[in-house]
Design a protein around this ligand. Structure first.
Ligand SMILES: Cc1ncc(COP(=O)(O)O)c(C=O)c1O
Length: 477
């Protein structure tokens, strides 16, 4: 078989990044997630070498402020010696042990106890896994398992939302409400439904208040459940603030209304706290920011400040009892991963949570949030920005070609990627996500000066993008 090479391996047409041998090797060896694989052959990678605090450095020693905390995850920034030490100590003591067939180890037990202690909801047990996708896949399996134990085998459908992001494994990608995660992957699987997205700026009717919008969405959810048959709808999953789907902050009363609907039809409510957990919104968990109490939460990312992969799912007592029943019947609980509760990850998570408490990281994030919000809101005045939105230390700016009509740029303009490329030149790493949104999610340890530096870089990038857009006539529909 021969393969068509779309560009020579050593060609780097992106003038913003000088060619390097590593870049050439990368192009010939790696598949990059969430990358236009064809365009990438010309642009090549940005190869990072080290990190310190909120900064990362490329091969040439150029510093960048890590404006996305990696991928919404390095809450404690880079080079935290305590986390490195916790990992090294655990590796030296017991590098690996599993939790299968009744085996156990201290770090997993201690971490499960700690998570039960800090969980914002009634929690009986913790199930460990390694990624957000695995956590949400596990949530679905646990709900199905529970409902089989409870003698309601038809109650299996899970409702997610348009623009949601819950991961990329087969079930999680089905929950995810974004076309690029499903197109030509033959997804979603059967039994996954999508309710409306709580984005007032884009989806409210003319003149509809946030409150009325939230009421309408809750009514639509209820109508969906009734239409499908309440005896067939098992669960509802939601991020408190949607991340990868556009940094969407719901109306203040949205979750209260949604929880009312879930309660009426005995629908198990899962809060996907994979971005919002551990202080991102200025509260320990995202559901606390909106005052709702789900049945379960999924956590990952900041659980270990991303120093090693780990995720977890909380299991309430009622579900645990159903699992006991199934396990008795079948002879085992047939789910789990080799690395569920990995001792090194658990040791790092314990140290991370200790640091959150000792350094009052969540309070500090809440204290810095108004400054972050003010800098974000100021970007809303920029001619390219239709809406600047956020909560706590996460934000997004939605780029529009025309403010009054909210008209988006044509996809061919690649406007978000352009802002991100200019920001990279300006020394700030950001991310272009769906809906022409540029997301901002720095490590929680960022100082107010560093917040200024980040937003100054982004403001310059927006100005340069505006010049570019005028020059290239990118405003044309
Ligand atoms: C809210 C949310 N859920 C799930 C995931 C999936 O996590 P992972 O990439 O670790 O599978 C992500 C990843 O960004 C996320 O933001």
């Amino acid at each position: 078989m021969t393969y068509l090479m779309t560009a020579p391996a050593n060609q780097h047409s992106n003038p913003m990044r000088p060619p390097s041998n590593l870049a050439a090797r990368d192009i010939e060896t790696l598949i990059h997630p969430y990358t236009n694989l064809d365009a990438f052959r010309a642009s090549g990678p940005l190869v990072l070498e080290r990190g310190e605090g909120v900064f990362v450095y490329d091969k040439h020693g150029k510093p960048y402020i890590d404006g996305m905390a990696g991928l919404w995850c390095t809450a404690l920034g880079h080079g935290n010696a305590e986390l490195v030490e916790a990992a090294a100590r655990q590796m030296g003591k017991l590098a690996f042990a599993h939790l299968f067939s009744g085996k156990s180890h201290d770090p997993a037990i201690e971490l499960a106890e700690k998570l039960k202690e800090i969980a914002p909801i009634e929690t009986s047990k913790i199930f460990f896994c390694n990624s957000g996708s695995e956590a949400n896949d596990s949530q679905i399996k646990l709900v199905w398992y529970m409902n089989n134990a409870l003698g309601r085998p038809r109650k299996k459908k899970i409702i997610s939302r348009l623009n949601a992001y819950h991961g990329v494994t087969i079930a999680a990608a089905s929950l995810t409400g974004l076309p690029n995660n499903q197109l030509d992957f033959d997804l979603p699987i059967a039994g996954i439904l999508h309710a409306g997205c709580p984005h007032h700026y884009r989806f409210a009717h003319a003149g509809e208040s946030e409150e009325d919008f939230a009421t309408r969405l809750a009514g639509e959810l209820e109508a969906l459940i009734v239409r499908e048959g309440p005896d067939t709808v098992a669960g509802f999953i939601a991020e408190p603030v949607m991340g990868a789907g556009g940094v969407i902050v719901p109306p203040a009363t949205y979750f209260e209304k949604i929880m009312g609907v879930c309660g009426r039809y005995d629908v198990y409510m899962i809060s996907d706290e994979i971005i919002c957990g551990f202080g991102r919104l200025g509260t320990m968990f995202g559901c606390q920011s909106f005052g709702f109490r789900p049945h379960s939460i999924s956590v990952a990312k900041a659980l270990t400040s991303a120093y090693v992969p780990m995720a977890a799912v909380t299991v309430p007592q009622a579900m645990y009892e159903a699992m006991l029943e199934e396990s008795r019947k079948i002879g085992t609980f047939g789910h789990g991963f080799t690395y569920s509760g990995h001792p090194v990850a658990a040791a790092v998570a314990l140290k991370t949570i200790e640091i959150y408490a000792r350094e009052r990281i969540v309070d500090q994030a809440a204290r810095k949030a108004p400054h972050f919000a003010a800098r974000l809101a100021a970007l809303g005045q920029h001619p390219l920005v239709g809406e600047a939105r956020g909560l706590g230390l996460v934000g997004g700016i939605e780029l529009v070609a025309e403010k009054a009509s909210k008209r988006l740029f044509a996809a061919r303009a690649g406007i978000g990627a352009r802002v991100v490329a200019f920001a990279e030149e300006e020394g700030a790493i950001l991310r272009s996500i769906v809906g022409n949104v540029v997301s901002i999610c720095p490590p929680l340890i960022i100082s107010t000066d560093e917040i200024d530096q980040l937003f100054d870089g982004l403001a310059r990038a927006l100005d340069r993008t505006l010049d570019w857009a005028k020059r290239e006539q990118a405003f044309d529909p």
